[in-house]
Ligand binder design. Structure first.
Ligand SMILES: [Zn+2]
Length: 164
């Protein structure tokens, strides 16, 4: 079960000259990405689409830290208590409050969506700078949602590029 948040005009992304609009974002625990072989506690996937219908996913890894994440707090306050039951809430969220300052530093590779329809041709950007989530916030999430990360996938000769 995946918590998907669809948001209206919550953000946009520019890769080169290509403009993408944020479609939705969702969470996985633990992270589906491993940097130097290590997964983190959670990852947020921000799914974007450009006018040609091409997808780009920004992955923000979260590790547990001492501070409460205010962006997560806003969402968790309205998190459905039953998985799979969509709810509509009127809350103000600003993706820029979530993303780290160093968002121009990322690993990038071509891949697919990790959940059905697992579409190919998706541009992935894994941010190098991680965010934090408090242990309490992580526990709140696990009260409702089970672990849902896909096993690590072999690279199959794909190249992972680093922005710098
Ligand atoms: Zn995902």
């Amino acid at each position: 079960m995946i918590t998907v948040v669809t948001a209206d005009k919550a953000g946009s992304l520019k890769i080169g000259d290509n403009a993408y609009q944020l479609l939705q974002f969702h969470f996985h625990t633990p992270s589906e990405e491993a940097i130097h072989g290590k997964r983190t506690d959670m990852v947020i996937h921000l799914v974007h689409q450009n006018s040609q219908g091409e997808l780009a996913v920004v992955a923000l890894l979260l590790k547990t830290g001492d501070t409460t994440n205010p962006f997560i707090e806003t969402l968790w306050n309205v998190m459905p208590k039953t998985p799979g039951k969509p709810e509509q809430h009127d809350v103000q969220i600003d993706i820029n409050r979530l993303l780290p300052t160093g968002k121009n530093h990322y690993y990038t590779f071509a891949g697919s969506l990790t959940t059905p329809p697992c579409s190919e041709g998706v541009k992935w950007l894994v941010l190098k700078q991680m965010g934090t989530i408090s242990p309490k916030q992580l526990a709140q999430y696990h009260e409702v949602y089970t672990e849902n990360a896909r096993p690590l996938q072999p690279l199959n000769g794909r190249q992972v590029l680093s922005s710098n």
